[in-house]
Design a binder for this molecule. Structure first.
Ligand SMILES: *[C@@H]1O[C@H](CO)[C@@H](O)[C@H](O)[C@H]1NC(C)=O
Ligand SMILES: *[C@@H]1O[C@H](CO)[C@@H](O)[C@H](O)[C@H]1NC(C)=O
Ligand SMILES: *[C@@H]1O[C@H](CO)[C@@H](O)[C@H](O)[C@H]1NC(C)=O
Ligand SMILES: *[C@@H]1O[C@H](CO)[C@@H](O)[C@H](O)[C@H]1NC(C)=O
Ligand SMILES: *[C@@H]1O[C@H](CO)[C@@H](O)[C@H](O)[C@H]1NC(C)=O
Length: 536
């Protein structure tokens, strides 16, 4: 009986693992980037490999259809039309792809939507993202090992494009310019691709006023999907659907990087202030996408060639005192209280915008101030190295943990404010950031709006977070004041009655600690005021 149960478990386990193999999300699936595939503009592979079963249509999983791309107006930051491959993504490369039915998903409809599993994709599955500082030694080791494995494991399905579309078929018109890439380097590459400048022609300066993943409402939705894809790729790699990315609560104040130890993300090298200790595997990692001047002058795209080691000098930027300290716990509470998701112009200049505050261009309390760098931005800049440079930052694996925490704050904001899709802007956001825009460069196409949902109910993961206490709303303060007043009246009244009888005042004095404790909470306002002396 027991043995039978064991076998059953093994079988179910095998089934789950098999479902995961070979059905990975990809920017462009390897099988779509043949010369004919590119010329056809169609990427509709079959999950079974059977002819005539594009998108699993035989079993009703999906069908090959035209891609819907956002055509609403975008903001004035990007003034061109037809100069950038990322406009109306992914139409420059492909205009037909798999559209999956029901709970099916993936580039060939061979897998399930996030949060679902089983042959019919109707069983819920969820993972829990935890604080890395609270994991056991064995769990920490397993995570570091998994990251290192992702850094060297070639992505099973995905290849990266190393040229603009114009040159994508190579000098002879028949050699697609794509490369294999490792799972982790794909994570780095996709971030680079989304932030790179627009090439305007040889000898001309590239246009830097675009960013498909920052400085707009898509900041939170783009990075959410970015992490989800890495998490899934690593689950597939490990054959473990329960694998979850942990997070780094960076809002701890102070000038210490608590995760910068050799057990976790690498201590500081004793030989070089800007390097990672040789006792950490991360000292062996080499970055990609470093030759940004090359790409901008030649019109090429970052490829999978690795170059220098990771640079990191936490709290080391002496030229900018503001970025020598991590955000405070209070900053997280402040931004969670902002009621509006984003505000016009939906840009890095937005005021009273939750998104601009968590991204870190506005104060945590909401007001926009050009010298401020807070929360997410501050955590990046604090690292003073690879992790602080937008085109390179995911090369430092701290990026993963920094962004899972940022995503946890976003998810908590969604939970507290329950805005519904209506508060995500449909138009006039910077290019790439409208609700229906397909996020660049993800494949198959996925819109910003699709990620603007509660993670635990819709995406198959949740966060185990203890949010700091201490923020009281006005109505809570009033309620507490009324309760305190009633208590005072009752107790003082009682005390007077007692005093009248026993000529003692002890009860009234006993009230003092209660009151002063309440007040100390409110006057805890020791917010840093070094704004004027900071340089950006
Ligand atoms: C789709 O792309 C192909 C290849 O670039 C092109 O020939 C075709 O006209 C496009 N179809 C539409 C509807 O844009
Ligand atoms: C999708 O999954 C949900 C959750 O298990 C289930 O309730 C629903 O019936 C499924 N839908 C389809 C079309 O299978
Ligand atoms: C890319 O990876 C695939 C799968 O691992 C392999 O079959 C192919 O030969 C590789 N291509 C190159 C150019 O290395
Ligand atoms: C990869 O990028 C490097 C740095 O820009 C460049 O020198 C090299 O030629 C590129 N390789 C390919 C195959 O394009
Ligand atoms: C690191 O800090 C130094 C000043 O100590 C500064 O000159 C340098 O630009 C910073 N580097 C990065 C990548 O933030």
């Amino acid at each position: 009986m027991l043995l039978r149960l064991k076998y059953l478990k093994l079988l179910v386990g095998l089934l789950v693992v098999t479902c995961y193999i070979g059905l990975t999300l990809a920017q462009f699936p390897r099988e779509c980037v043949t010369p004919d595939g590119l010329r056809s503009g169609q990427c509709c592979p079959s999950p079974t490999g059977v002819a005539g079963d594009a998108c699993g249509s035989i079993s009703g999983r999906g069908q090959c259809l035209s891609i819907a791309a956002d055509s609403r107006r975008h903001g004035p930051q990007y003034p061109y039309v037809g100069r950038d491959d990322r406009e109306r993504w992914p139409l420059r490369f492909f205009n037909r792809t798999c559209q999956c039915n029901g709970n099916f998903s993936g580039f060939n409809c061979g897998r399930c939507k996030h949060g679902l599993t089983g042959p019919n994709c109707d069983q819920r599955i969820s993972v829990v993202r935890r604080n890395i500082m609270q994991m056991s030694t064995a769990e920490k080791q397993a995570f570091v090992k998994a990251l290192d494995q992702a850094k060297s494991t070639v992505h099973p399905n995905l290849v990266i494009c190393t040229r603009r579309y114009q040159e994508v078929l190579g000098p002879d018109g028949n050699s697609p310019q794509f490369e294999n890439v490792t799972i982790y380097n794909y994570f780095v590459w996709s971030h680079y691709y989304s932030v790179s400048k627009t090439f305007l022609g040889p000898g001309q300066a590239s246009f830097g006023g675009v960013d498909f993943s920052h400085e707009g409402p898509g900041f939170v939705t783009w990075h959410r999907f970015h992490l989800l894809q890495l998490e899934r790729d690593m689950q597939d790699m490990l054959g473990d659907p329960t694998f979850a990315l942990p997070y780094w609560n960076f809002a701890i104040g102070g000038d210490e990087c608590d995760i910068c130890t050799d057990e976790l993300l690498g201590a500081r090298s004793t030989f070089d202030l800007n390097s990672i200790s040789p006792n950490s595997v991360f000292s062996q990692w080499r970055v990609i996408c470093e030759s940004v001047e090359d790409y901008d002058t030649l019109g090429t795209v970052c490829n999978s060639t690795e170059s220098s080691p990771i640079r990191r000098n936490p709290a080391g930027n002496v030229a900018r005192p503001m970025v020598q300290r991590l955000p405070e716990p209070r900053d997280v509470l402040d931004c969670l209280e902002l009621n509006t998701f984003d505000t016009p112009p939906y840009y890095s200049t937005s005021s009273e915008s939750f998104r601009n505050s968590i991204e870190g261009y506005s104060a945590p309390q909401g007001p926009y101030d050009p010298v401020i760098r807070s929360l997410h931005n501050l955590a990046h800049l604090f690292l003073n190295g690879t992790g602080g440079q937008t085109h390179l930052s995911p090369n430092d694996p701290i990026f993963v943990l920094l962004h899972t925490f940022t995503d946890a704050v976003f998810d908590e904001w969604l939970r507290r404010h329950q805005p519904g899709e209506i508060s995500y802007p449909e138009e006039n956001a910077p290019i790439g950031h409208n609700g229906r825009f397909n996020m660049v460069p993800f494949w198959p196409p996925v819109t910003n709006a699709e990620m603007f949902v509660s993670a635990s109910e819709n995406l198959g993961y949740s966060y185990d977070v203890q949010w700091p206490a201490g923020a009281f709303t006005l109505s809570e303060i009033i309620t507490m004041a009324i309760v305190a007043a009633v208590v005072v009246v009752v107790l003082v009244g009682g005390a007077i009655a007692c005093a009248a009888r026993a000529r003692s005042h002890h009860s009234a004095e006993a009230l003092e600690p209660l009151l002063s404790e309440t007040f100390r909470r409110y006057s805890e306002d020791d917010r840093r005021s070094d704004k004027s002396q900071s340089v950006v």
